[in-house]
Design a protein around this ligand. Structure first.
Ligand SMILES: [Cu+2]
Length: 150
């Protein structure tokens, strides 16, 4: 009995720690509603940066290939913490969440690696959540539909 319960308890503890850590990392309450920023249709992140009307910019350095690391860059004024999460519409692809690190003033980067899909799909949704110094109580969200390279 103990042998079977122990891994379950460990997993639950890990999940709880993850949740707490997540809200701590981005410096806000994970339950805070997110304000979704408007994203131009032209934002595919393929070869060109995505410039949002709100003044923030997202860019990919390298090739967006599954199983190969690439860098996502977030630029904009007063960002104090950011995360990116990759999901596939209608399919559970596990947890693909990464935390941005500050590179310099107003510039954040994260190295990500995307798993390969068992159904060979390449369509993903990247969700960037961030908080800014100016509005600590508001979580801003950028939702980007992406097509990975094979
Ligand atoms: Cu998939």
């Amino acid at each position: 009995m103990k042998k079977t319960l122990l891994p379950v308890a460990a997993l639950l503890a890990l999940l709880l720690a993850g949740t707490l850590l997540r809200s701590w990392l981005i410096g806000g309450d994970a339950a805070l509603p997110a304000t979704e920023l408007s994203v131009p249709d032209s934002c595919t992140l393929v070869q060109q940066p995505c410039r949002l009307p709100s003044g923030y910019q997202v860019r990919v350095l390298g090739d967006m290939k599954v199983l190969e690391p690439f860098i996502v860059e977030l630029a904009g004024p007063g960002i104090s913490g950011a995360e990116i999460d990759f999901q596939m519409p209608g399919m559970n692809m596990g947890i693909n969440r990464f935390r941005f690190a500050r590179v310099r003033q107003d510039l954040w980067q994260v190295r990500v690696i995307i798993p390969v899909c068992a159904s060979a799909r390449l369509d993903w949704i990247a969700t960037i959540d961030f908080v800014s110094d100016a509005e600590k109580s508001i979580r801003k969200r950028i939702v980007l539909p992406l097509l990975m390279n094979r």
